[in-house]
Ligand binder design. Sequence first.
Ligand code: C5P
Length: 210
Amino acid sequence: MIIAVDGPAASGKGTIARRIARELDFAYLDTGLLYRGVGVMVLDRGGNPEDPEAATRAAESFDPALMADPRLRGDEAAVAASKVAAIPGVRAAMLEFQRSFGRTPPDGRKGAVLDGRDIGTAIFPDADVKLFITAAVEVRAERRHKELLERGSPSIYARVLQDMQERDQRDRSRSTAPMAIAPDAVVIDTSALDVEAAFQAAMDPIRKKQ
Ligand code: C5P
């Protein structure tokens, strides 16, 4: 069984996807880490994440072990990720890894939950369940702002909001696999939901398929 969880940054999709995987004992893949990893590889090599050749070369030599690097969680990695993610050669290089993870989940698990932007539209258009998790951009920016302050990182709300709007815009408008709601996706708006309510809303269509 393959469960696709798509949506913009700080929508709650990662939290929901991880909980679904735990609940069902499925494998979980945060596909944002793939693009973050490629972005960081390009930066480490002194390249420009918007340069298609540099980014594609990095993607083609991508080592999944890099996904454990804590630097991938930072905002620098997020911005570089959204730039390399717009390059078709990068997406092509990441496609097979994601498909094989879903088709043959590690550790003999019976299913996989993948979260990202294009899982239900491009990676697994025939996923068993597709969820699109969203929330108002102001709510998402507030969540990220709080998270940064809690981590002890300096943060200015207006700046976080602007970065998020720019990233959303890049993700929605790119020509290859833009972030979009699959026609058969269940949309969950978490603006006014707590984690538990959002998780229950996500489990509803999954239980119907089991
Ligand atoms: O989800 P996360 O914030 O880690 O993703 C970072 C960036 O990677 C996104 O802004 C998006 O540009 C890109 N991404 C993507 N497709 C995915 C997952 C992430 O294009 N499936």
